[in-house]
Design a protein around this ligand. Structure first.
Ligand code: PMV
Length: 375
């Protein structure tokens, strides 16, 4: 599908009001997206596990503006945001920007007033980015409204031929415009985003990984160790920009293509040792990119390194396949197969939780993607 396919041309804003609700998970990248072009187009392909427990629940209530009254009704975007039951002004600028970016594709945005009620299952200010789950949940709510507004109009050939895919792909397309990695949160269990030679792919939206997946990766576990719950030191907007003119950018982008190709065969064969090598190398490369950019950043904390070295020791002493990955921050995602769950969790509680802020960690595992709660 191309950009034009996502422009909503025929719709009928006949519905006065209603509300829809979705829950959408976070995701953790195995091959990392770092660096983007104009319009949130990634410089390199990425692949992620969709998570289960870490999610955002968003209810979107829409009420048609009454343009007929003598009182002047503004045609600006009109919305209120409630986070965990409380009115929240801080989220508004990000949503305003999101609406500006997606307006061309969902033109009914100016026809309605929206009440956005959102909450996360993971603690606020846990250092876990909520942009992937938050933006994907909101994009899905907008798609549910779009679907209602299109009920009695003639669909284009593209829309008709792939109605089911169209919904998910456009939700992912919109989510991408809110936050790049959010486009990988619509479906499970593995999602690829960014054109590449190894898998079915697009720069415009995430696609469920189409390759074979060995049972070793079923219910793969992700325990998130909360090393630093503070605000991100480098926002991802700033972070992606660091790749402009970065001396190693081209090599890094090529490496991501190679790693995705390798990971594809690892996912099919179930070769956990190679999986560990690719995933850890990707995490460290992401951080190496930040350390070697100008300006430069160190986003790991001493406790991040303590955890990594303990984890490596545990892995070699126990012939384990546990490994780590990192986002653009200090928290550590500990990844391991389901059959190691008991032993690794014991190890985390006994030896790693001491390096977490207030001993906090979150247990999660690979999930199937977003869920409609109310339509
Ligand atoms: O979606 P953004 O713009 O917040 O970027 C996220 C980038 C990483 O989390 C560091 C990597 C990834 O692929 O998710």
């Amino acid at each position: 599908m191309i950009v034009e396919d996502f422009i909503l041309k025929n719709y009928n804003a006949h519905i006065e009001s209603g509300s829809v609700k979705w829950e959408s998970p976070s995701n953790i990248a195995l091959v990392k997206y770092w660096g983007k072009k104009e319009n949130q187009i990634p410089e390199n392909p990425s692949i992620s596990f969709t998570l289960s427990n870490c999610k955002t629940i968003t209810e979107l209530t829409y009420t048609k503006k009454d343009f007929s009254t003598a009182l002047k009704v503004s045609s600006d975007f009109s919305f209120d945001v409630y986070f965990e039951g409380e009115k929240n002004e801080a989220f508004k600028p990000k949503i305003q920007t999101f609406f500006e970016r997606i307006e061309a594709y969902v033109p009914f945005l100016r026809d309605y007033h929206f009440k956005i009620e959102t909450s996360n299952t993971f603690p606020h200010s846990s250092g876990i980015a909520s942009s992937a789950s938050g933006m994907s949940a909101l994009a899905l709510c907008l798609m549910s409204i779009e679907q209602k507004l299109r009920e009695d109009v003639t669909l284009s050939a593209v829309e008709r031929s792939s109605e089911k895919n169209y919904f998910k792909r456009k939700a992912s397309f919109l989510a991408r415009l809110g936050s790049g990695s959010a486009c990988r949160s619509i479906e499970g269990e593995l999602v690829v985003w960014g054109q590449n030679e190894s898998t079915e792919s697009s720069d415009l939206y995430g696609i469920k990984f189409d390759g074979e997946v060995h049972p070793n990766f079923k219910n793969y576990q992700d325990t998130i160790l909360l090393v630093d719950k503070g605000e991100k030191q480098v926002s991802s907007t700033v972070g992606h920009k660091l790749m402009f003119g970065h001396p190693y950018a081209e090599q890094r982008f090529n490496q991501a293509h190679d790693n995705l190709a390798k990971l594809k065969s690892v996912l099919a064969s179930g070769d956990l040792q190679t999986f560990v090598k690719i995933v850890e190398s990707e995490a460290l490369t992401l951080h190496a990119m930040m350390m070697t950019s100008m300006p430069y950043f160190i986003l790991m904390k001493p406790n991040t390194l303590e955890i990594i070295s303990k984890l490596w020791k545990y892995r070699s002493e126990n012939s384990s396949n546990v490994c780590f990955t990192l986002d653009a921050g200090a928290n550590v995602h500990v990844l391991y197969p389901e059959n190691e769950k008991e032993s690794v969790l014991k190890f985390i509680k006994n030896e790693l939780s001491t390096f977490c802020q207030n001993g906090h960690f979150i247990t999660d595992f690979v999930g199937k993607g977003a869920q409609l709660i109310k339509n």
